[in-house]
Design a protein around this ligand. Sequence first.
Ligand SMILES: *Cc1c(COP(=O)(O)O)cnc(C)c1O
Length: 397
Amino acid sequence: MPGFELFGDLERNEVNDVLDNGVLMRYGFDGMRNGHWKAKTLEQALQNTFKSKHVQLVSSGTAAVSVALASAGVGAGDEVIMPTFTFVASFEAIMMLGAIPILVDIDDTLCLSPKAVEAAITNKTKAVMAVQMCGSMANMDALQAICNTHKVLLIEDACQAIGGTYKGKPLGSIGDLGCFSFDFVKTITCGEGGAVITNHTPYYTNADHYSDHGHDHVGHDRGAETHPFLGYNFRISELHAAVGLAQVKRLPEFLEIQKRNYNILRNAISAIPEVTFRTVPEGGEESCAFLNFFLPDMGIANKVMQGFKDNGVDVCWNYYNNNWHYIREWHHLKDLKSLFPISKEVKKGLENLKTKDFSMSDHYISRNISCLIKLSWTEDEVHARAQKMVDAIKKVL
Ligand SMILES: *Cc1c(COP(=O)(O)O)cnc(C)c1O
């Protein structure tokens, strides 16, 4: 997945272009910037990439999720349904607004289970946040139907699925708002950065203002602009946007390499009858940022992981005991270890997290192995890796 693996003159030239000109901020300084608008240009490029009417760049993927929710009016006391398998950013971004993360099970897609979502809807539910984990997606038609029925927002976190599609649409562009990260380990990187995408112009306008202290961005004098509502600073800098501008041009090349490497590995291990793969919903195309597969049980998965380690097969994970991606080890969330007081509503909403039954998520995550697909591997290296993986799996079975 990581764009940082293939980094070079294109990125350097774009950054130097900003440095040579001297305006590092994306807004204002119109007279000084001599036509240099890296953030704006990157937003236009991403509109094409994500087939979306509007793109708002921000400082991170976590910021993107907060800005998306805020732009659609989600805040204090509202419930946002999210999956048990994701990155900690999901609940961080929800809680930053005073909203309540409601964690629900994933299914064999490794993303939100529509059934679990339906069961978790209450009159306080304001949004369902589908996190498109490890390059693939939830059943988006089913989630959309639930959201339509209950009149709640569908937000997509597609940070890990840049380039994946569902029924011909780029992941991230299906829900009311979509979120992306361009941190250092994502498919394309800005160093740090993120984006909110939407076809809904009022949400976009909100995101544009909210991520820059509420500035209305009218006219050419920043100091004279008004602030129609409260905002924060989630701006991206021109330096970061410049890196992204170079990377987005290379995205088709990155995705092609990912696909090639993914297919070599998948073809090799699919010959083993005990290996099954995550379900990709009908009409879905993975981004191929990761290869995810299931083994018959957790014991076997653990032994295979050990075999991978012993044989130098790196960048593969079983997330069951992972600190960052799965609910089991999120003790700081379950114990509400916060530097500052948390509202009564959020406390109450998270009360049952320690005891809630997530056995369906456990059932899938405990047997799953997730392998990052790197861009820097040569074809020969991928074939060698595939053979090692097959050998290690067969040895355990
Ligand atoms: C990386 C990631 C984020 C957060 O992105 P940052 O840019 O690191 O803040 C959010 N959600 C998911 C699923 C991610 O993988």
